[in-house]
Ligand binder design. Sequence first.
Ligand SMILES: CC(C)(COP(=O)(O)OP(=O)(O)OC[C@H]1O[C@@H](n2cnc3c(N)ncnc32)[C@H](O)[C@@H]1OP(=O)(O)O)[C@@H](O)C(=O)NCCC(=O)NCCSC(=O)/C=C/CCCCCCCCCCCCC(=O)O
Ligand SMILES: Cc1cc2nc3c(=O)[nH]c(=O)nc-3n(C[C@H](O)[C@H](O)[C@H](O)COP(=O)(O)OP(=O)(O)OC[C@H]3O[C@@H](n4cnc5c(N)ncnc54)[C@H](O)[C@@H]3O)c2cc1C
Length: 647
Amino acid sequence: MGLVDQLVNQPHYTLVNQPRENDILSHKELFDSIPEEYLSHKEKYENAIRKTVLYYRLMQKYQNYKEGSTILDETRANYRNLVSFAVFKDYPPLMLHNGMFIPAIAGQGTPEQQKHWLKRAKNMEILGTYAQTELGHGTFIRGLETTAEYDPSTEEFVLHSPTLTSYKWWPGGLGHTVNYCVVMAQLYIRGRHHGMQPFLVQLRDEATHMPLPGVKLGEIGAKLGLSTVNNGFLAFEHHRIPRDRMLMKNAQVLKDGTFVAGPSSKLAYGTMIYVRVIIVNGMANLMAKAATIAVRYSAVRRQSQIKPSEPECQILDYVTQQHKLLICIATSLAFSTCARWLWDVYTGVMGQMESGNMDHLPELHALACSLKVVSTMDVSGLVERCRLACGGHGFMHSSNLPYTYGLATAACTYEGENTVLLLQTARSLVKAWQKGSKGKPLSPTEAYLMDKSPVPKWENTLDGIIAGFRRVSAGKVQDCVSKIDKLVKMGTSYEDAWNQTSVRLVAASEAHSRAVILATFRSEVSRAAAALSPPLSRVLHQLVHLYCVYWALERLGDLLLYTSIAERDVQELQQQYEDLLQKIRPNAVGLVDAFDLRDEILNSTLGAYDGRVYERLMEEALKSPLNAEPVNQSFHQYLKPFMHGKL
Ligand SMILES: CC(C)(COP(=O)(O)OP(=O)(O)OC[C@H]1O[C@@H](n2cnc3c(N)ncnc32)[C@H](O)[C@@H]1OP(=O)(O)O)[C@@H](O)C(=O)NCCC(=O)NCCSC(=O)/C=C/CCCCCCCCCCCCC(=O)O
Ligand SMILES: Cc1cc2nc3c(=O)[nH]c(=O)nc-3n(C[C@H](O)[C@H](O)[C@H](O)COP(=O)(O)OP(=O)(O)OC[C@H]3O[C@@H](n4cnc5c(N)ncnc54)[C@H](O)[C@@H]3O)c2cc1C
């Protein structure tokens, strides 16, 4: 639930850090006696499984899901995600079970298949993941090599990994945890290729957990982050599965091998859209977490003097620190607001598609790509900024900022690598430009591309800035189309022209995303603020204003190229920005408190509500196994003989 919605629904909101009655977080066995940093790779995984089992049993007890409710599920799932922060500094081995396995069955299975498999999956009777990426391919889905050959004589599919590069590689939980998965494989019937299709495959014996015959499994090794997600590899050796294991909501294979195509081959990619939509909200949560840690620490930490005659000041009083951190608060709010809006767009398009209307799928795909990219790119950059803003203590794992960075930066790659997804949105923008140039109507989020009015006088207002970003995006798209057309006229193939223009296409795509985010953030806050008290409405509007002016200053080059902004406007914008920092500073701690992230969820020596930073840093330091004894055995084994010239 976004901050704005939380604030709007203030009455039920508990005070920060007050234990909720019967709260899952009151179960101390969920937490580590010693920090998991001091466990081995194998112990970390085993400890994560221990906590996973406890966590899900408690979650089932407290979160009695009502079948069919979506937004409620999402909000509660959000709570579950947030609580999962507390229990798992990194993500749990079952992140993909909820994050993709269940959504894939729900989105790709027939009603009968959903009825059977969703019940087992939601009851945790079976555990699954989503296996699409291979050692040799992640982005280029059409290049994936795993095959599913239909055998009409036995009414089975034969799954096979023909090469080393065809091994499924990366799926979370695949190494040792799950016993089922949704496998994306190239379907062949009587030698004819029918595209990428989803198959629900049992990988391990449900009783012994041993890999089934013809199934090779393992984990891919240590990573930058997500150390307990158990990302794994999977290979098939002519492994047979029954016909009814192909998820057949969209395309079907009849008993005799007849292939019945779905309304669009791209529906098989539907799970990816869903996850990209979810990721935007996830990034808002990660940003809220990092902002809470860094802002609270900046209120506690005193360092140096602003005036020699005064005592050391809170580092939050340095305007440079405000510049680093206040945008983080606004960014979390911007992405939680956009996430709610995107979720409504998603559920709307899914509803239309249920009745066969596919018209808005391309716009949804473009929006999901662009918002996933900008939210993951901005948040991973700003989480790192939060870490740096905390000085040396930000470098400690006990601050929980390095882990949070690992979670955010992973999302720049998974669910569609960011450059590739921006090019997908660019594809949609170029098509929209070509369509609009022929007088055809455009989708609501792309209609501004056809604004052919003269460039207006620049205004340093929210309307002026948002209009300016739309001008930048439209101008960049037009430049891309012109460059491509020019290259093609010179005899270059369209594909080569596209590639030669791709740096500009990525920039145009990002500009479009920023125009959408600024406009959505502003309109959603204006809508919600009407129900808020004047002081709360004022501070939220200050955050929207800060966000818009910040990005105008960040993208000055583009605004100078495509709008009538002048030097005096820039000077005024800079002053506006500094005034806003000063206005928001007094509410900075109150704003991060409003994220209401409890200490267990923050999991941070620097961000705890009581501000006892130094005591917590020392408490965590003393948990290091090295501190159990004053002299480590290596002194006697190595150092002493070495120092005495005997080694
Ligand atoms: C799109 C590609 C890059 C290209 O595919 P290709 O076949 O070549 O297509 P094109 O020729 O480019 O285009 C063909 C047309 O198809 C349209 N299209 C393409 N994709 C889609 C789609 N998905 N839906 C609809 N339409 C689509 C395209 O527009 C073209 O249309 P037209 O011809 O122009 O009309 C493709 O190859 C691709 O998508 N590649 C990326 C692969 C990918 O995304 N892989 C993901 C694998 S799964 C994975 O990575 C999982 C990771 C773990 C995720 C864990 C999630 C858990 C929740 C996360 C929460 C975050 C933090 C939590 C914090 C908190 O607690 O809250
Ligand atoms: C933490 C993590 C968890 C993951 N979990 C899962 C999972 O559960 N299930 C699953 O199936 N997968 C999973 N993945 C895999 C993930 O989906 C892929 O890594 C991702 O799709 C990128 O593909 P790739 O790794 O092959 O990179 P590549 O596509 O090889 O990208 C490498 C570089 O090539 C560039 N590039 C590639 N294609 C193009 C193009 N057309 N135009 C321009 N540049 C291009 C990219 O921009 C990038 O710079 C996970 C990955 C990570 C990091």
